[in-house]
Design a protein around this ligand. Structure first.
Ligand code: PEP
Ligand code: MG
Length: 901
């Protein structure tokens, strides 16, 4: 059988249906379905996405040879239904040619309207409609659109305006008019001829008069638009594969620009911003599709209620509203009534909020598109819950309709929508930690409290900046990726952060930041959008998110269905409490090093590191012990009754020592030694590749006294809480293990210390000793490791770093290029690389459980809160995922979806 490339529809019949989105694209599939359910749709046909793929691979000639017959047959049907002829001299059929991918990519690809127009057709249409202006307006629009989309007549540089708009402006100026609607027939004729001359001059080609030439030109232009830079960018952003291609929808034109009884508009069956169950939308009388979105004229509201609300918001009086901006409900009551019925039918039928396009031609309603409407997180939650309550969908559907990542919008402060519209973007970095922040610039962490709300701008942050990061409203760094210090810490804090904004030239010395040709000084206002990575100049108003009751209900529903636990990565009592509020079922990673940075602690830590020998280190560690204990007590209390995984010290020691002369002198004074000695020690600690250097269990194995102190602090704290009746379930985790011997040595120190404390206190507590699997060798020898480890926690940040050999700190230099060139589909530090790193994870679990059947397995890398990675972890059989507090609800939902799929 030969492959079918063309599917026709019209008059209540269709060869396609809504399930055929892969082949017909979303628009084509739903145009077919609307026909089948009796919605008025102009007849037409859809050329499949397969044809686009062939076009992209084998070119125009090949594809035309394959689809020509199908197109001609389908055209005959359209001609029959419309009782018109494509290319006919006295009764010409005009067409719209529109793109339509599997998933909607709004505004990314091309459209041509009024196709089939030429000098003969325009006369016939003028005669038949008795409306000469309408005919010439349609011709003018066609030459303009076709010239742009098919013939490539674009502005020469980004500073230039559209060449057609420039000609229009000249004509309007010469006539002294402002609006397109004031152009008369002679003006429009003049424009058509001027446009054609310009096309010839700019492209060297005559404007095609033959309708069939026009059609093939438009079809291939739509295919081409699949690969335009906008569409490429959108695909990369939304992970839409290039192979999908776009379908092409060819339909009989219906005209909203046929005079005062015609109109065109877009509508939503519910409010896409709030989810409120109100039919709403905008329309324009005597207009064609692009006029509504282009903002040339002020669109009017569809319902009277919407119109009244709009007038109130825009400060328009009732008199003016009723006269100049009446709703469709008021202006065309019959067409409105029909549209209202159709919208309700479509929503009932597709069981989701619909985004509609319609045209009214001489009082008759035609539907041009229906699709599931894009919506905000708040609307996503509310619409699903309302539809569940209405009985339109079941619980499973309601849950699967939630986009986990979108929930983030509901958890952080957000910019006021109105204020953001007029804000000016000066740079773009990585959306490291979501939310909105507005504040005054500071360039040093210890100055973050200079202003009531500050934005800390650093080239990159270091552990020393922690306190300042906590004080600041938001964090901006010029360097660093999604797992940079700033990014990880900010996410943990639930603090807005834009990282790696390379265009920002930050000078901490002069306390200035230069970007987009402007220099910002300390105290100047800037704003950050951590959800998009955008950096704005000036202050922008923010509003607190509303955690609606529906959101809570969705979460409870998710919990019923999921079969992995969700823990959090947290090291402060405050973060632990936040996470628990969000539903965390324990701590999967408490990075103890984060406990050593603030105030007194960092001094003691430095004393330990700078000590000459073990005795010196022990002296300093004795001072650190009570501090650590206090920290653990706070975290254990916050997580009472739930497991807490405490990871022993991980990062290289040089991260803790003072690098600035001033701080070195202070430290020398504190320790009673010379600044020279401190400086020398700091230099000795320098490593060429600290990420692969003296860190993780390598520290505990070279300085066992550190492990001893930490184990003691954990056990003592747990015993003291037990005495007070608090249930503590500690899990002690050894980082960066590559061989079982490294783990064994650490485990012995932990167990010996625990036994010693038990003996001293004459009391015991259950605890586990386990390890991180973050070195590839550990995954490969997981069977040996599991002989010692009672649990595994996959540290997929390091595992990704070491499997790819991409430095976590330096990948920002080449990853963007790799993503752009398609060498990688995703940033592997954000989205777990299931094919590569994932194999190590699966192998680690299988080998580990082979040696220890009840081995508890989790993940604590950043991927633990990323939906597709969570789904992988569920499939791989993990017991829990762990993520930063603000991602806990996202992981809960993603885990439920994984179980439901
Ligand atoms: C990891 O490597 O995945 C991990 C959680 O540890 P860290 O990010 O602290 O190195
Ligand atoms: Mg690690």
């Amino acid at each position: 059988m030969t492959t079918k490339y063309v599917y026709s529809f019209g008059n209540g019949k269709a060869e396609g249906k809504s399930e055929m989105k892969e082949l017909l694209g979303g628009k084509g599939a739903n145009l077919a379905e609307m026909n089948l359910i009796g919605v008025p749709v102009p007849p037409g046909f859809t050329i499949t996405t397969d044809a686009c793929t062939i076009y992209n691979k084998e070119g125009e000639e090949k594809v035309v040879s394959l689809i020509k017959d199908g197109v001609e047959n389908a055209m005959n049907q359209v001609e029959e239904i419309m009782n018109m002829g494509f290319g006919s001299k006295d009764n010409p059929l005009l067409l719209s040619v529109r793109s339509g991918a599997r998933v909607s990519m709004p505004g990314m690809m091309d459209t041509v309207l009024n196709l089939g127009m030429n000098d003969e057709a325009v006369e016939a249409i003028a005669k038949k409609s008795g409306n000469e202006r309408f005919a010439w307006d349609s011709y003018r629009r066609f030459v303009q659109m076709y010239g742009d989309v098919v013939l490539g007549m674009k502005p020469e540089s980004k500073e230039d305006i559209d060449p057609f708009e420039a000609i229009m402006d000249d004509v309007k100026e010469a006539k002294g008019i402002d609006n397109d609607v004031d152009l008369d027939v002679e003006d429009l004729k003049n424009l058509v001829s001027k446009f054609k001359v310009a096309v010839k001059k700019n492209t060297g080609r005559d404007f095609p008069d033959n309708p069939w030439d026009q059609l093939w030109g438009a079809v291939t232009a739509v295919f081409d638009s699949w690969m335009n830079p906008r569409a490429n960018y959108y695909r990369a952003m939304h992970q839409i594969p290039e192979e999908w291609g776009t379908a092409v929808n060819v339909q009989a034109m219906v005209f909203g620009n046929m005079g005062v009884n015609s109109a065109t508009g877009v509508a939503f069956t519910r409010d896409a911003a709030t989810g409120e169950n109100v039919f709403n939308g905008e329309y324009l009388i005597d207009a064609q599709g692009e006029d509504v979105v282009a903002g040339v004229r002020t669109p009017q509201q569809i319902t009277k209620e919407g119109s009244l609300r709009w007038a109130k918001l825009s400060g328009v009086s009732e008199e003016e509203r009723a006269k100049d901006f009446p709703s469709l409900e008021e202006a065309m009551p019959e067409a409105f009534k029909e549209l209202d019925e159709v919208q309700q039918n479509l929503e009932d039928y597709f069981k989701d909020m619909q985004d509609l396009e319609f045209t009214i031609q001489d009082r008759k309603l035609w539907m041009l598109q229906t699709r599931n409407g894009k919506r905000t997180a708040a609307a996503m939650v509310k619409i699903a819950m309302d539809m569940l309550k209405e009985g339109a969908i079941d619980e499973k559907t309601a849950l699967l309709r939630q986009e986990p990542n979108k929930l983030e919008e509901l958890l952080h402060p957000v910019f006021d929508k109105k204020a953001i519209k007029s804000a000016n973007v000066v740079a773009k970095g990585l959306p490291a930690s979501p939310g909105a922040a507005t504040g005054q610039l500071v360039f040093h962490a210890d100055e973050a409290n200079k202003f009531e709300t500050s934005i800390l701008a650093r080239i990159e942050t270091s552990p020393e900046d922690l306190e300042g990061m906590d004080v600041a409203r938001g964090i901006l760094t010029a360097r660093g990726g999604m797992t940079s210090h700033a990014a990880v810490v900010a996410r943990g804090m639930g603090k807005c952060c834009v990282s790696g904004a390379a265009d920002c030239k930050i000078n901490a010395k002069t306390r200035t930041m230069t970007v987009a040709g402007k220099t910002f000084k300390e105290g100047d206002w800037i704003s950050l959008n951590g959800t998009t990575g955008e950096v704005y100049e000036d202050k922008i108003a923010t509003i607190d998110p509303e955690l609606s009751g529906d959101f809570g209900t969705i979460m409870e529903m998710a919990d019923k269905h999921r079969n992995v636990k969700v823990r959090t990565n947290a090291e402060t009592e405050r973060d632990a409490n936040v996470a628990r509020k969000f539903g965390a079922e324990g701590i999967g990673l408490c990075r103890t090093e984060h406990m050593f940075f603030e105030g007194e602690r960092i001094v003691r830590m430095r004393e330990m590191i700078l000590a000459d020998d073990e005795a010196g280190r022990r002296k300093a560690l004795d001072k650190l012990l009570p501090i650590q204990k206090k920290d653990f007590t706070g975290v254990f209390e916050a997580m009472a009754g739930l497991p807490v995984t405490v990871r022993l010290l991980d990062p290289p020691l040089h991260e803790f020592v003072p690098h600035e002369e001033e701080n070195q002198e202070a430290m020398a004074k504190e320790m009673g030694i010379s600044a020279e000695i401190v400086k020398q020690k700091v230099e000795d600690l320098h490593e060429f590749n600290p990420m692969l250097g003296h860190r993780g269990c390598r520290l505990g194995n070279t300085y066992p006294e550190i492990t001893e102190m930490q184990a003691r602090a954990i056990i003592e704290s747990a015993l003291e809480l037990k005495a007070k009746g608090t249930v503590v379930l500690p899990e002690i985790m050894i980082p960066l293990v590559g061989t079982v011997k490294e783990l064994k040595l650490q485990e012995e120190i932990v167990r010996t210390t625990a036994e010693a404390v038990f003996a001293e206190k004459n009391e015991k507590i259950d605890y586990l000793v386990g390890t991180m699997i973050e070195v590839p060798r550990a995954a490969v020898t997981a069977d040996e490791i599991a002989e010692v480890a009672e649990f595994f926690s996959f540290g997929t940040n390091d595992l990704t770093q070491m499997t790819f050999g991409y430095s976590r700190d330096d990948a920002g230099k080449f990853l963007p290029v790799y993503l752009k060139k398609g060498l990688l589909k995703n940033d592997p530090f954000q989205v777990l690389d299931q094919e590569g790193v994932g194999q190590l994870v699966e192998m680690g679990i299988e080998k580990g459980r082979g040696a220890r059947e009840n081995l508890k397995v989790g993940i604590c890398g950043e991927h633990g809160g990323e939906p597709s990675s969570v789904e992988f972890c569920v499939r791989a059989g993990m017991n829990y995922v762990s993520c930063s507090p603000f991602r806990v609800p996202i992981a809960r939902l993603a885990a439920a979806q994984a179980a439901l799929r």
